[in-house]
Design a protein around this ligand. Sequence first.
Ligand code: FE2
Length: 589
Amino acid sequence: MESLSSSFLPRWSINTKSIHSHAATTPILPFLNISSVKTEDKPQTTAGGGATTIKPPPSTTTYVNQTQTIKQAEPPSLPATIFNAFDNFINAFIDPPLKPSVDPKYVLSDNFAPVDELPPTACEVVEGALPPSLDGAYIRNGPNPQFLPRGPYHLFDGDGMLHAIKISKGKATLCSRYVKTYKYKIEREKGFPVIPNVFGGFNGLSASAARGAVTVARVLARQFNPINGIGLANTSLALLGGRLYALCESDLPYSVKVDADGEIHTLGRHDFDGKLVMSMTAHPKIDPETGETFAFRYGPVPPFLTLFRINAAGEKQPDVPIFSMSPSFLHDFAITKKYAIFNEIQIGMNPIEMMAGGSAVGANPGKVPRIGVIRRYAADESEMRWFEVPGFNTIHAINAWDEDDGNTIVLVAPNILSVEHTLERMDLIHASIEKVKIDLKRGMVSRHPVSTRNLDFGVINPAFVGRKHKYVYAAVGNPLPKVSGVVKLDVSVSDGDRRDCIVASRLFGPGCFAGEPFFVAREPDNSNADEDDGYVVAYVHNENTGESRFLVMDAKSPTLETVAAVRLPRRVPYGFHGLFVRERDLNKL
Ligand SMILES: [Fe+2]
């Protein structure tokens, strides 16, 4: 989720021990002063998880089995040396004191610290057995900065790294690789950061202006070309049109693949034959029956929202620009068989506050959130309808479906309560999953919570996208983005009895945290299989032992019992969204 909330790292999550060990094994790192590291001579380290390793300075020529060649880093040119000196000056003398949300020693503490790449490495099944139907790869995306930050750094600023556990015949291998984005490659070649951090870089008016000037100078000096994209590909993955993509809403998708050995390859930035410009959401929706993908992009200039569709063959269809939405943060949406549903929330661009030294993005308490509904095959904006829904601010959607012959839409999504905290103190917000009914005939919206727990990162059986479903598997925020457990909800319970819909629950134990769960059907080709006949999978990290595991849980069990636990050869940092890709689909990539 490369979204806006900033205090992903609550104060009490600081683990100075990990920072100590980090600094202690990295001679050039001044103690507790990561922001002043000179990246030109700084190796990347991994911290936490017990073992700490030092990454050699950039010297790679070609990644094993990678299609892209990355040239060896050369000594910085004179302009690069000057620009880097300016960057260091901004970090040291112009930046205001760093808030915890952009202070690297907070943001990269504990299991948020980056790790090195890992070639396919065998894993040990330490509990139960991996079921035969779980053949394929679970791949999770997340931020993993290539260089330790010199200045303000937000969790969402990290280079995308994929962690893929490939499972075949009950055996598993783990592979961790950066998505070889343009940003990653050019900075790898140069040996220092070139493209500024988008989220952390807006840190007060003076520092923002100074960074902007240095960035323009770097472009004029041809250190990088923004036309090639500055995205991080760090948010999610999607399998659409026969290709697997690493996604980030600020750029085009990057095509990736996992081969038979479990190695991850970046195939390249994909613009759908030149038809996709700028960017697309990291949360496209794939219709399980038609194979079509519905997606959108949003931005700070009109049209603030653009809907589009990619057919089952992977061919992008014409844009549908929507001018009636105000410039708002729009991370996710939902589809039904007939409609696409958007939530215009109170968070948006905040230019006035930014001019005063505040955040570039902020919450506007005077703005009434709206839900927008448009026929998903609409040719233009004329069919768009907006409904005011006070107090409804979602970052993620879970699913939606049609009822009453398409005259009613039901949307299930976590509503972020106290949305004003989303930017600075995510640990204070509470995400309450709601069921929202939109009566299109009468123009009325009704809503009620389906659970009182703090839940986000909700997923369903992918075969039910856009269809009426019962079950949701959601992450328990404790506080978010740390996830201390997973619950299963039956949202149909609330139709007759408005009580909490949690029907199964699993906490990971003291010091153990995961991220988004993912549901994998046991028999994906059996249309008569129960909706919850399958497995809930996740990476779980134990902060007390430094060990990470891949956990497979029985989705039907009221305690979400362990089916298999795989000890990973190296810790997997906390991250964002994941995907399970079956062997037959991997083989087609
Ligand atoms: Fe997300």
